[in-house]
Design a binder for this molecule. Structure first.
Ligand code: NDP
Length: 289
């Protein structure tokens, strides 16, 4: 039995944000104030919470925050016109269009309209492609947060066997690309993977990004492995209230995993901190500082 250590994403994200705040203060002397524009279309309650948190933390880091809230009835052309205006605005260094978008709007088209240099979510095909071929890119925030947590715990990841469960463009695929960049031996597992438990058992690093509550069982984890749980799932409690759980059976992982992220308080806070990091990076590159 190993002693399982918690990876405190909340504390690590706070440190990261403090560092970003210091960098932003330094840039002020050079006349640069990084600005992040967040666009929310419709009233999705979870999205409203995310956008509020993003704006608050952007301001806290000393950056400019521009919020654009549009009704669910907004036409695609209107949203594209806003994106074009933000692309052209020199005070805006980062643009984030909160997903999901209402069904009548083609999200792919909107993401493609964002200037890749301002694409702080890293979802533009230009950035995904640049990451894949090893060029400088803006990298999706959640997987970037996962890698920062892993490096914090493990130092160099070189030579380690990493298994990513999930292959979305937002989390799984870019996480695998980043692990490859860190010289891991990478397996990407998904819903058609044969013997998922067996694949997971070989992982020194296990990233679960599936969206299925506690799917990864304790006995799928290699003793001593580092487990990053990206999943955020709301499940009902016996008293009728709800609670958040990850994609990993957290209680079962105790005594098996070497390190594990809690849900909440693991990957989640790192995601917003990495958004601020990307905004800072984008601002510096645009200002050539
Ligand atoms: P998607 O639904 O886009 O992707 C889920 C992936 O999991 C797919 O590749 C799917 O495989 C795979 N999958 C589904 N069922 C199984 C199964 N039974 N066995 C193996 N693989 C399976 O989700 P996202 O990547 O967007 O998000 C994943 C989770 O992470 C969600 O819980 C989400 O809420 C959370 N999340 C958390 C963030 C944070 O900040 N902490 C940010 C973003 C997401 P296939 O491709 O074959 O269908």
């Amino acid at each position: 039995v190993v002693e399982t250590r918690l990876i405190d994403g909340k504390a690590i994200a706070a440190e990261l944000r403090a560092g970003i705040g210091r960098d932003v203060a330094g840039l002020a002397a050079q006349g640069l104030k990084p600005g992040l524009a967040v666009v929310l279309v419709g009233e999705d309650p979870a999205s409203q919470v995310y956008v509020r948190n993003k704006a608050a933390q952007t301001l806290e880091a000393g950056m400019a925050s521009f919020e654009h809230k549009l009704p669910a009835t907004t036409a695609e052309a209107e949203l594209l016109a806003l994106v074009a205006a933000l692309n052209a605005d020199p005070a805006v260094h980062g643009i984030l269009v909160q997903l999901p978008l209402p069904g009548a709007i083609d999200a792919t088209k909107v993401l493609a309209a964002i200037d890749p240099a301002k694409d702080v979510d890293g979802f533009h095909v230009m950035n995904a492609g640049r990451l894949a071929v090893g060029l400088e890119a803006l990298v999706p925030c959640t997987p970037l947060g996962c890698i920062l947590l892993l490096k914090r715990v493990l130092g160099s990841l070189a030579g380690m066997k990493a298994v990513v469960v999930g292959r979305s463009n937002i989390v799984g695929k870019p996480a695998a690309q980043l692990l490859l960049r860190e010289d891991c031996t990478v397996t990407i597992a998904h819903s058609r993977t044969r013997d998922l438990a067996g694949e997971c058992r070989m992982a020194d690093i296990l990233i679960a990004a599936v969206g299925r509550p506690e799917m990864v069982r304790g006995d799928w984890i290699k003793p001593g492995a580092t487990v990053i749980d990206v999943g955020i799932n709301r499940v009902a409690k016996p008293d009728g209230k709800t609670r958040l759980v990850g994609d990993v059976a957290f209680a079962e992982a105790q005594g098996i995993a070497g390190h594990i992220t809690p849900v909440p308080g693991g990957v989640g806070p790192m995601t917003i901190a990495c958004l601020l990091q990307n905004t800072l990076t984008a601002a510096r590159r645009q200002a050539r500082l």
